[in-house]
Write a protein of this length. Structure first.
Lengths: 138, 192
């Protein structure tokens, strides 16, 4: 018992050493399906162009500047510099039955945002922007 | 001296708690309210947005680009269907008063015999400003366009470390840009 207790500091040092390794984080840590579920919402109120307009307005409301936007591909990339650097990519895709799928993914600094609540917050803001666009409020 | 079992157990548990606390430090912390609208949203939106009358979308876009050139920005990207114009510039962020203060700090440090007196290296060097202008036909009124501007900047020190990371919310700056845009639009339309 006492030996196992004495080895704890060594074990903890070994565990800490794991922090220093740098694996090539190319494919990300989360599961593909789970990430898509929490990052995606479907809408049937506006067309693709008006949805993209709402996405740009949402990102501006959240304090982002737009790095790149492509109406054909339905991609908007934006950055927010405030206390930390946050980058978002939002894609708008037309689905069957005049439905529009919006997917957002975010990174803060070197970390991917995997928290479902954060994406929920984004879609709450987007829902409001979609509502305002639908009712022709600038 | 022989240590007793309870003492070893206490030290072991202490080491375990310490290592867990240190490992916790390795874990990434994501701010919980990162994508929640702040209470100041409506106020900030009002500062950043104006509705302007213009004969056509091409006129207001041309006037907008001209204003960006007037302000010595480089236009990085334009996506006309979305009305998005992204521009940036790098300018000097040197401040004489800051440098004077840091110089005396280094001087005091040197007089006191301290080592590593490098306060001057933390002086602001240059600022990278990025600006997005979104120019779209008004949904509510014809022949009017809504223009919304968002600006942010990063200030680096002499050793290229980030000193400031911020969104620009100063109402006067936005007002000045909109005043310039109105003048630019007047010139643009007058030239036709």
């Amino acid at each position: 018992m006492s030996r196992s207790m004495q080895s704890l500091p060594i074990l903890s040092l070994l565990l800490l050493a794991a922090c220093a390794t740098t694996p090539p984080d190319v494919v990300g840590a989360g599961t593909q399906l789970e990430a898509r579920q929490i990052q995606t919402r479907e809408y049937d109120t506006l067309n693709k162009a008006m949805t993209m307009r709402s996405v740009v307005a949402t990102l501006q409301d959240l304090g982002f500047t737009i790095d790149q936007a492509d109406a054909d591909l339905g991609v908007v990339t934006a950055t927010r510099l405030h206390e930390y650097t946050m980058r978002m990519t939002v894609t708008v895709v037309e689905r069957e039955g005049q439905r529009i799928s919006v997917r957002a993914n975010a990174r803060i600094g070197e970390n991917s945002v995997t928290d479902a609540g954060t994406y929920q917050d984004f879609f709450v803001v987007l829902d409001k922007a979609m509502f305002l666009t639908l009712h022709k409020v600038d | 001296m022989r240590r007793t079992l309870p003492t070893l157990r206490k030290r072991g548990i202490g080491a375990l708690l310490l290592s867990m606390a240190m490992l916790w430090g390795c874990a990434a912390s994501i701010p919980k309210a990162a994508l929640r609208l702040p209470e100041s949203t409506l106020e900030v939106r009002a500062i950043q947005t104006r509705t302007l009358a213009a004969p056509s979308e091409s006129d207001i876009l041309a006037a907008t680009i001209a204003v960006l050139q007037d302000m010595e920005f480089n236009v990085d990207r334009i996506e006309k269907p979305l009305g998005v114009i992204t521009a940036s510039k790098v300018t000097d962020a040197d401040s004489t008063s800051e440098q004077t203060g840091l110089f005396f700090l280094d001087l005091l440090c040197a007089i006191g015999g301290g080592s590593g007196c490098g306060a001057m290296l933390t002086a602001q060097d240059d600022q990278h400003i990025t600006l997005t202008m979104v120019v779209l036909p008004s949904l509510a009124r014809s022949e009017e366009y809504t223009v919304r501007i968002t600006i942010q900047r990063v200030i680096y020190d002499k050793e290229d470390r980030i000193r400031v990371l911020e969104r620009i919310d100063n109402a006067e700056i936005y007002q000045q840009i909109f005043d310039n845009l109105r003048k630019s639009l007047f010139i643009q339309v007058g030239e036709l």
